[in-house]
Design a binder for this molecule. Structure first.
Ligand SMILES: Cc1cc2nc3c(=O)[nH]c(=O)nc-3n(C[C@H](O)[C@H](O)[C@H](O)COP(=O)(O)OP(=O)(O)OC[C@H]3O[C@@H](n4cnc5c(N)ncnc54)[C@H](O)[C@@H]3O)c2cc1C
Length: 461
């Protein structure tokens, strides 16, 4: 059995480690930081990520402790798209802190047998036909058959593997702060004027997250201070909100880049290591966890010797277009956020009015951000139309808990001899095989159980 090094214990690395362990693949996660961040970056978990969590039996705690928001902003427009009509058991954005999710994922990965080494960075790596050698900051080395870089936007793994990170540099800077306010606004939400854009979102414990853009504070690489935060918030809000204390203040830019390849030989990239963008829209964690969901079962199958290495090439083929679409989505949102000119303000008002009047447009925007509309186009043009689609029936989620495929059969079809879990449902096909990541692998309209059993054996052994 091959082993895997995962670099980075963020949400993506931890998800990947759990997936690999479900298949029994030996995994070591190497994390530079000795502990977890006290603050949270992401707050918004989108519907497909909640479904992904549900598929592995992990959605219960985030659903119980998080807050379901039926609306979520797009480009900080005043009219928020409505998520409540999405075709999912989770038609909302779940406000749940990233650090709590990481904690959950790390406990699970360790319980499944992953080794997590904290407080030591990977400094470089080399690879040959047999494996990968990672050098650590403490002077030691680790070797493995495969290495996955989930080490964030500044990825050392990506650089050492010689993978280009193409795109554009930051031209716009925003700020984020978690604060206590003595004079909070009566209504939380977004506002945008020629003097700045601001989101005020409630946090547990009576605190607030402020995120905004100040057209008069756009010098690159300046550290955000309390003084500058107070000034920018006052300009955008038109009054002092009474910032009493801040537990986290930071700045971010709109640099937008994507890895030219998600794989270089025995090295794979996932999450922010493969794509970076403005955090507007709250999608980075979501798309990263979904990268890891796509990669996990494939890398596990190759590591177990159950699938040819070429299966790994489908990872880039399937996920890079999703990443590119999401980068374009965040760029569109960034243009709206930064529309400080009179023309830009008019465009924002116009679009907001259109959104109010046309729920179908709201639905489309929500669908795009939610991750529910992702379809992986099949390599075979003659494949059944269901192939590559997300299998939407939630009855399949518990059957995917151990990351094995599930056979779905229409009630009228004869049973198939298989060791896989079987769901009797109406999948618009006689039989459908659902991949461990919840997408349709193969489907047929032919109610021929022997042919179906042969196909399953060919795909999964
Ligand atoms: C203000 C803000 C708000 C956001 N809000 C949202 C949101 O609402 N929803 C959403 O989906 N996303 C959001 N995001 C984006 C989200 O936080 C990231 O996309 C997410 O953290 C990516 O996860 P990751 O595991 O790929 O990378 P990271 O979380 O960056 O994890 C990488 C890990 O690798 C470690 N590491 C780095 N280099 C090395 C090395 N050489 N050796 C060992 N370890 C290393 C790091 O210490 C880190 O722990 C937001 C981001 C910001 C800044």
């Amino acid at each position: 059995m091959d082993n895997v090094i995962v670099v980075g214990a963020g949400p993506v690395g931890l998800w990947l480690a759990g997936e690999l362990r479900l298949a029994g693949v030996p995994v070591t996660v190497v994390e530079r930081e000795p502990g977890r961040r006290a603050f949270t970056r992401a707050l918004g978990i989108h519907a497909r990520t909640v479904e992904v969590l549900a598929m592995r039996g992990l959605a219960e705690t985030p659903l119980a402790e998080g807050r379901a928001l039926p609306r979520w902003h797009f480009g900080m427009l005043p009219a928020f798209p409505d998520y409540s009509g999405l075709d999912t058991p989770y038609p909302f954005v779940l406000a749940y802190p990233q650090n709590a999710l990481e904690d959950l994922l790390e406990r699970r990965a360790v319980a499944l047998g992953a080794i997590v080494r904290r407080g030591v960075a990977v400094t470089t790596l080399t690879q040959d036909h047999a494996g990968v050698r990672a050098r650590l900051a403490d002077g030691t080395e680790l070797t493995a058959s495969w290495l996955a870089g989930a080490d964030g936007a500044g990825s050392v793994v990506r650089k050492a593997a010689g993978i280009a990170f193409t795109g554009t540099d930051a031209t716009l800077w925003g700020y984020v702060a978690d604060v206590t306010l003595s004079a909070p606004p009566e209504i939380t939400g977004t506002l945008s004027t020629p003097d700045g854009a601001l989101v005020v979102a409630p946090l547990p414990g009576g605190r607030f997250r402020l995120a905004g853009f100040d057209p008069r504070d756009q010098e690159p690489d300046r550290e955000m201070t309390m003084e500058r935060l107070v000034a920018s918030v006052r300009r955008a809000a038109g009054r002092d909100l009474g910032i009493v204390a801040a537990s986290w203040i930071s700045r971010f830019g709109n640099a937008t880049r994507q890895a030219a390849d998600y794989r270089a030989g025995r090295v794979l990239l996932a999450g922010d290591a493969a794509h970076m963008h403005m955090p507007t829209g709250g999608v980075g964690l979501n798309i990263g966890v979904q990268d890891a969901m796509n990669l996990g079962w494939k890398l596990a199958a190759v590591a177990r010797g159950a699938a040819p290495e070429s299966l790994l090439d489908t990872y880039h083929a399937e996920r890079a277009p999703v990443g590119a679409a999401m980068l374009a989505n965040t760029q569109a949102q960034t243009a709206l956020v930064a529309a400080f000119t009179p023309e830009g303000q008019a465009l924002r008002a116009h679009l907001s009015a259109l959104l109010e009047r046309h729920p179908a447009v709201q639905h489309d925007l929500a669908l795009g951000v939610s991750g529910l509309d992702v379809r992986y186009p099949p390599a075979d043009p003659g494949a059944h139309p269901l192939t590559g689609r997300r299998f939407a029936d939630p009855a399949v989620f518990p059957l995917l808990a151990d990351a094995r495929p599930v056979l779905v059969r229409a009630p009228s079809t004869p049973p198939v001899e298989t060791h896989l879990p079987v769901l009797e449902a109406a999948p618009d096909a006689a039989y459908a095989l659902i991949r461990p990541d919840g997408h349709v692998w193969w489907a047929t309209d032919e109610p021929d159980p022997r042919a179906a059993a042969e196909t399953i054996a060919r795909l999964w052994g």
